[in-house]
Design a protein around this ligand. Structure first.
Ligand code: CU
Length: 312
């Protein structure tokens, strides 16, 4: 049987020990405990078009100084979510997918306040990106001279077509309303073929507001020889009448030491040329059908004149 004093002694010890233990435990849970886990919330939102339909593929980032940035991409319904985000203020930024831009009045960045256990809801509105026409221009030539009557057709990614036919200078200019991969189809007149290495249909990638320029070489269907015309001291062109096929090179040669000109009359197939001394030459390639009269300016009164007729 225990002594009553011994019981009392034991009891008197147990109480302070318990108190100390309790105090230690309380201190421990307040002071020396590992740092408390920061509290979290989440951020959710949607990327929508002007009709309220979701837009997939928008890149979203959630950032603030001192924290690891987070990023995600909007799903097919336009939805996105950042889970387990430490509370506080964050900056949410969007990069629209290709073909989209922020709708009027929208900012690419939003400030988001994340609260513990709550979801901050937000949204971005995008509109289809405005697109400028894509331009394709250039020159169709043979031997450095323009070819008329070449049909050019430009097809945009939607299949819309624009077309043009070249004039004598061979220049062309086409605009596709929709930029991207464009198809250019080149059809020369019957008496010309595309030169070796040229493609009848070519694909050009031209972005919004951009332009592409190209030079296309043709070669005559029938083989060409140079036709020579002499400028003579008796004030004649010899021969004064030349008939040739498209693509013919005409070479005027001053045969004697007298100054003459080869001046176009009523057309601009070439610019007036002066052949002042013996041996001077002037050449032109006539790619386009027609009648091309010309004369010598100093000897116009003497009817020093000639004509080249180009017939396919
Ligand atoms: Cu003359």
């Amino acid at each position: 049987m225990p002594h009553p004093r011994s019981i009392q002694f034991t009891r008197s010890l147990v109480v302070p020990i318990l108190a100390v233990a309790l105090l230690l435990w309380a201190c421990d849970s307040n002071g020396d405990a590992p740092p408390t886990e920061p509290e979290h919330g989440s951020v959710a939102g949607q990327v929508l078009d002007l009709q309220g339909q979701g837009i997939a593929g928008a890149a979203l980032s959630l950032e603030r100084t001192g924290d690891t940035p987070r990023s995600t991409t909007s799903a097919s319904d336009g939805g996105f979510q950042f889970a387990e985000v430490p509370t506080g203020s964050w900056t949410l930024a969007i990069t629209p997918p290709s073909g989209w831009a922020l709708a009027a009045g929208q900012s690419a960045e939003q400030s988001v306040n994340v609260q513990a256990g709550a979801t901050s809801e937000t949204s971005f509105q995008l509109a289809t990106e405005a697109q400028d026409a894509a331009t394709v221009s250039g020159n169709i030539q043979h031997d450095g001279w323009g070819v008329a009557g070449v049909h050019l057709l430009l097809r945009d990614p939607s299949g819309d077509e624009t077309e043009v036919t070249t004039e004598a200078d061979g220049d062309f200019h086409l605009e596709a309303a929709e930029p991207g991969d464009l198809e250019l189809e080149i059809t020369p007149p019957d008496y010309f073929d595309l030169a070796a290495g040229e493609e009848q249909v070519r694909t050009l990638t031209v972005g919004s507001g951009e332009s592409e320029s190209l030079t296309v070489q043709l070669s005559p269907v029938t083989e060409q020889e140079t036709v020579e015309v002499e400028l003579l001291g008796n004030l004649t062109f010899s021969p004064s009448q030349v008939t040739a096929t498209p693509g013919t090179r005409i070479r005027w040669i001053n045969a004697e030491s007298m100054a003459h000109t080869v001046t176009p009359e009523g057309h601009d197939a070439w610019s007036s040329a002066s052949l002042t001394s013996a041996g001077d030459t002037f050449e032109v390639v006539l790619n386009n059908p027609g009648e091309f009269p010309y004369f010598c300016q100093p000897h116009q009164a003497d009817e020093m004149e000639g004509t080249v007729v180009i017939q396919p």
